[in-house]
Design a protein around this ligand. Structure first.
Ligand code: HEC
Ligand code: HEC
Length: 180
């Protein structure tokens, strides 16, 4: 009985703070974990947005980060110093979609068949499904987007790992929530 009373008193004083914490945490883990490492951003953000680790599973990053794969990275040479290659691979593996507690990462991971090792985020079933409405007029024929790989042209809060629809602003068209 004493314990129950104590609990009630504690809840009375800290209930609001707890609730705020709870909701801000829910919000925080909604997207994907942000990547802030400078080596990563400099090395992998040169030709396109430096994709977060939580957008692909571990096995995908392990394959992509093999030295011979980097020499022919989607037809481009993305070679790295050996030391940097290992450091970046480890970073990607550590926060990969299949080990993440972030909601979008979990959804991406769950959508990929176990026997598949996709190297493209844009070809994972979850991402494909979410962009069904992103037809050529918004992407391919939109000179400020050109390809779905340019996530950051539409997802304006992507640096923070946030993908909510009210943060999607398609260049030349406007906020998705107002177009839809
Ligand atoms: C020299 C330029 C260059 C560098 C450096 C580079 N990439 Fe890429 N990357 C490309 C090109 C080109 C594509 C394919 C783009 C396309 O399909 O239009 C690509 C595609 C990708 C994709 C797949 C995008 C999709 O379709 O979902 C991932 C993931 C990726 N790169 C990760 C990385 C990582 C990780 C690094 C750092 C180790 C890196 N890239 C460094 C040029 C580069
Ligand atoms: C042409 C603009 C555009 C590009 C480029 C784009 N997206 Fe999107 N994305 C959207 C729109 C629009 C939605 C749908 C929002 C909705 O209605 O739920 C969306 C939805 C999403 C969602 C689901 C968010 C949610 O809360 O349901 C994720 C995750 C996402 N995109 C990730 C990516 C990634 C990763 C890339 C790059 C590989 C990318 N997007 C490229 C426009 C874009």
């Amino acid at each position: 009985m004493k314990k129950v009373l104590l609990f009630a008193v504690v809840m009375m004083f800290s209930g609001q703070a707890l609730a705020e914490d709870f909701f801000s945490n829910l919000f925080r883990f909604k997207g994907v974990k942000p990547m802030t490492d400078k080596l990563y951003k400099d090395s992998c953000g040169e030709c396109h947005f430096a994709y977060q680790a939580g957008l692909l599973p571990k096995r995908s990053w392990e394959k992509m980060m093999l030295a011979d794969q980097l020499s022919d990275h989607f037809g481009e040479v993305a070679d790295l110093e050996e030391e940097d290659r290992i450091a970046i691979r480890d970073m990607l593996v550590a926060d990969a979609a299949d080990t993440s507690i972030y909601k979008r990462s979990m959804k991406i991971d769950r959508s990929i068949p176990e026997n598949a090792t996709p190297l493209r985020i844009t070809e994972t079933p979850y991402i494909k499904k979410k962009h069904k409405e992103m037809t050529d007029k918004y992407v391919k024929f939109n000179p400020k987007v050109k390809s779905l790989i340019n996530c950051n042209t539409c997802h304006r809060e992507i640096e923070k790992g946030i993908f909510d629809d009210d943060t999607v602003l398609i260049p030349n068209f406007g906020y998705w929530s107002e177009i839809e």
